[in-house]
Ligand binder design. Sequence first.
Ligand code: GRF
Length: 208
Amino acid sequence: MDLRVAVFASGGGSNFQALVERARQYRVAFLVCNRPRAGALERAKNLNIPAYILAPRIFGDENLYADAVLDLLHKENIGLIALAGYLSKIPARIIGEFQGRILNIHPALLPRFGGKGFYGSRVHRAVLEANETVSGATVHFVDEDYDTGPILLQKKVPVLADDTPDSLAARVLRVEHDLFPEAIHLIAQGRVQIQDRHVTIHSPADDH
Ligand code: GRF
């Protein structure tokens, strides 16, 4: 059976859509969104993917929120969580239970330009202010801190002399739309191993 993936998103949801449309050997089972007016919800409707609005503030207590999310993940037989622009911290209990099975996409080359507060256009503004000539996208495993988990895939993107945060974001986003489905496809094929925070990607023929 295909790997069943839950996507968590808070914003426009273009990565969510790319994950649905480019799915190979995995299936996006549903979307979790923490804001009622996110573009991702509209996309879920158009793509015919079930969507749930779940946020700690709706439950008034982080433990109840974690219970509700875990219930859903178990009921739907979810093997992997994909964070695609999800702006709410994932409770430690969920990270503990889904160790090595939560991925996040970040719009820069981690470990640079990551960590608390580095999200959205702030990331791209910081890259431009640092006069970088190269940026990119990173898919990494999620641990209990921000953007510090083991890196699975990265791809570079050139920074152009006349870039604005918006133009750079758009160029990086196009790369994200290939990179995230590719990363999940590798996991679905059973080719990814993490040991002591070190990621190995086996070639398709490897016997591991
Ligand atoms: C992406 O740039 C992703 O790297 C970051 O949040 C953004 C989400 O964009 N984590 P979208 O909602 O998928 O369009």
